[in-house]
Design a protein around this ligand. Sequence first.
Ligand code: CA
Length: 230
Amino acid sequence: MEQKAHILVVEDEQKIRSGLRDFLEFHDFRVSEAVDGLEAQRIVAEKRFDLILLDLMLPKISGEQLCTRWRREGMQTPVIMLTAKGQEKEKVSGLNMGADDYIAKPFSLEELLARIKAVLRRMDPGRAVGQAFKFSDFEVDVAALKVTRGGKEMEISKREAAIIRYFAANPNRVISREELYKAVWNEDMSELGTRTTDMHIAKLRGKIEKNSAEPQIIKTVRGAGYKYEN
Ligand code: CA
């Protein structure tokens, strides 16, 4: 059973804060709240969160100051900044100060949810499928680095496990090499990254496809990337 992702909502407006709590809890997140920058700082020093929703304009310590400080201290928890309308300028500096994304108020909760999920997926690409799952006609055990088909066991590398996990968590969607590289290697795409990705896919296909010249599990989408159909 996967643990619920724990989100810290840092927002001084009580209405918005409790609205966010209700919405996020309804969508199966665990939620903690902080009402100002000082409280946020204290809570973050004590507890680990999966994601922080951080209002930009906060009493005591601003969201900008907080985020800058956290990043300087090496905190890697993803941060989505909540900015007020007309603070587009802050968007840029928000991302410069180490926020992973930003959303301008008033925002739709559905959009916020999509952003939260996207950020969490980037942080833990396989969260949706866990450590043991089915992939095509394979049983995958990420912790043991093994795939099994019809009782036949095969070893896979850590990278291969991460690739499989990412495809399994994102079925029926075209995944660009860039996205895959970012998710598995946690680096931005480069020429070397393109080659690395293709090489790993080729090797993985050699293990799991019946005919790697005509892959049926991880398909190539010409000019766009790869797709796992499920
Ligand atoms: Ca505020």
